[in-house]
Design a protein around this ligand. Structure first.
Ligand code: HEC
Ligand code: HEC
Ligand code: HEC
Ligand code: HEC
Ligand code: HEC
Length: 185
């Protein structure tokens, strides 16, 4: 009897250790392994350094057109203004000139924040709200390298595609409408 008792109490700490190992393992899989398996990483077609273009105003490349539509990422004609031929010796610039400027092709940039077609988003109504670009986008001002574009393998969305609940939270806070038809036309 006595022997049995002591062996079962010796198992207890082992059980706790196995439980903790399993628990920690599940957390690692849930928080580290699974998310990294869930997203594929893709590089931009060429590296774009916002730092190298610091002397330009943001508006000279990204601006609201007169009709209220955001100009988005500038077209190759904008790049040609300064990169008709290579100015420096970077690989990215050489590729820009030979593959896009000289061939008059648009760079197929990946838009980190893109929304699916069933969502209507316009920068115009948000423009006058005193929101920093970084409220909805990453901070590009210190970037020398474009970060990898991370795509959810199940939904196909970018990791930076804003979730519906995030749009709605700010709308609720600022007293803007949350009617379905406003964002889904
Ligand atoms: C010389 C042109 C140029 C200037 C000036 C410029 N950008 Fe960009 N911007 C780009 C290009 C090209 C991309 C696409 C590559 C990338 O995502 O970095 C881009 C991408 C972005 C994106 C990412 C949108 C998304 O979700 O994919 C944001 C946000 C942005 N720029 C903000 C800014 C801000 C803020 C400034 C001023 C500090 C600025 N840009 C100045 C050319 C420019
Ligand atoms: C107003 C002039 C101007 C415009 C417009 C412009 N660039 Fe540049 N770009 C520069 C200058 C100046 C440099 C060199 C900066 C340096 O090397 O420090 C540069 C550097 C680069 C480089 C090499 C930087 C590196 O470190 O890899 C790339 C790539 C590049 N630009 C891409 C673009 C693209 C793409 C566009 C269009 C969306 C664009 N540029 C529009 C002036 C411009
Ligand atoms: C309220 C949130 C919000 C704010 C603030 C905001 N953006 Fe965006 N931006 C978005 C969303 C959402 C998209 C994707 C739109 C889509 O795909 O329909 C986007 C897309 C973009 C794109 C890519 C456009 C394209 O499709 O080519 C650029 C560039 C951009 N934003 C720049 C900026 C800049 C610069 C600022 C600050 C002046 C800014 N944004 C402020 C939410 C925002
Ligand atoms: C940080 C705050 C904020 C975020 C995030 C935000 N919005 Fe808004 N949005 C506003 C405000 C404030 C208004 C009201 C503007 C006004 O009253 O004219 C607005 C207005 C709008 C309108 C136009 C309303 C009209 O009257 O035409 C649409 C559409 C919209 N938002 C869609 C979106 C979508 C889609 C997202 C997410 C991808 C989003 N918003 C994220 C603050 C935000
Ligand atoms: C402020 C903007 C906004 C409002 C209001 C809004 N949505 Fe959305 N909705 C989004 C955005 C952004 C997405 C895409 C991102 C995501 O899936 O979270 C989305 C996605 C969805 C999806 C998923 C579609 C898919 O392909 O995954 C459904 C369903 C949906 N919305 C239904 C509704 C209904 C029903 C309402 C009204 C009760 C509503 N939405 C109101 C912004 C909005």
């Amino acid at each position: 009897m006595n022997q049995e008792k002591s062996s079962s109490s010796a198992k207890k700490p082992l059980g706790v250790i196995f439980f903790l190992l399993g628990f920690i393992g599940a957390l690692v899989v849930g928080w580290v392994v699974f998310p990294s398996l869930l997203y594929s990483k893709k590089a931009q077609p060429i590296n774009f350094s916002h730092v190298a273009h610091q002397s330009e105003e943001c508006e000279s490349c990204h601006s609201l057109r007169a009709d209220g539509v955001y100009s988005g990422i500038p077209r190759i004609d904008k790049c040609r203004e300064c990169h008709e031929s290579a100015q420096g010796s970077s690989e990215a610039e050489a590729k820009l000139v030979s593959d896009y400027v000289e061939k008059n092709r648009e760079v197929p940039w990946k838009v980190y924040a893109w929304q699916p077609d069933n969502v209507y988003f316009s920068h115009a109504p948000h423009k006058g709200q005193g929101l920093e670009c970084t409220r909805c986008h990453r901070d590009v001002s210190t970037e020398e390298k474009t970060p990898p574009y991370r795509e959810n393998l199940i939904t196909g969305y970018s990791i930076s595609t804003m979730k519906m609940v995030e749009c709605e939270q700010c709308h609720a806070l600022k007293g803007a409408s949350n009617n379905c038809e406003m964002c889904h036309k």
